[in-house]
Design a protein around this ligand. Structure first.
Ligand code: GTP
Ligand code: MG
Length: 215
């Protein structure tokens, strides 16, 4: 698998032009977006991580190219090319109102206009009780019919019983407003947990995309 950095954009209108299938990662600041991206592509520092929240401030595009078999990943074709996007975090309290507005516009503009965006991964810290900003963001996606999956992060920091309990609590919170739950993944960037599951999910969506395009 190869990955190359394409571009950082401070305006959704300046994102790279492409017809390739695209997958974006979003979540509260410090949830582990950049770490998860590095874990997925198997490169340590392709996306910059930081213990200080608010590290990723731009829309970062990467091009991913599967050119060999990955253990456990069910590739029907040998070659897959897709775009992976690291988005700035939402809900970071310490940014100024002006800056927060800028990020909200950046994120909303991207999500609502990017036609090749096939799926958004919404990352949620598995250690926390349901956060208002996560629920609000998920409901916003529902209103705008944006396809997404939920990715719980930092699973290595809890026992599996605690992980399952917190996910149940989160699901119950969602079921207050949602009839159906999205696809759910449990991950740890530290332990590479959930990598194969996420890659298989991405590949199944890419397969469907090309199948429908060619019909
Ligand atoms: P911003 O770009 O600031 O919005 O943050 P981000 O969501 O990209 O988070 P980032 O990947 O930079 O990670 C934030 C912190 O959480 C870092 O200190 C990471 O080392 C840590 N972290 C991320 N994922 C995991 C994980 O799966 N397990 C553990 N134990 N720590 C993690
Ligand atoms: Mg980041």
């Amino acid at each position: 698998m190869d990955v190359r950095f394409v571009k950082s954009s401070n305006d959704y209108k300046k994102c790279p032009q492409t017809h390739l299938p695209e997958f974006a990662f979003i979540g509260r600041s410090n949830v582990g977006k950049s770490s998860l991206i590095n874990m997925l592509v198997g490169v340590k520092n392709v996306a910059q991580t930081s213990s200080t929240p608010g590290k990723t401030r731009l829309i970062n595009h990467y091009e991913v190219f599967f050119n060999d078999k990955i253990k456990g990943v069910l590739t029907k074709q040998d070659q897959y090319r897709w775009y992976l996007v690291d988005l700035p975090g939402y809900g970071y309290a310490k940014t100024s109102k002006h800056e927060r507005q800028h990020f909200e516009e950046l994120i909303a503009g991207y999500i609502l206009t990017r036609i090749n965006l096939l799926n958004l991964f919404v990352l949620v810290d598995v250690r926390l009780e349901p956060q208002a900003s996560d629920i609000a963001f998920i409901n916003y996606l529902g209103q705008h019919k944006v396809p997404f999956a939920l990715v719980f992060t930092k699973a290595d920091k809890l026992s599996s019983a605690q992980v399952n309990r917190n996910i149940e609590i989160f699901k119950n919170e969602m079921l207050k407003t949602w009839e159906e739950l999205p696809e759910i993944f449990i991950t740890s960037a530290k332990k590479a947990l959930g990598r194969v599951e996420l890659l298989n999910y991405i590949i199944s969506i890419i397969d469907n995309y090309w199948k429908n395009k060619n019909m």
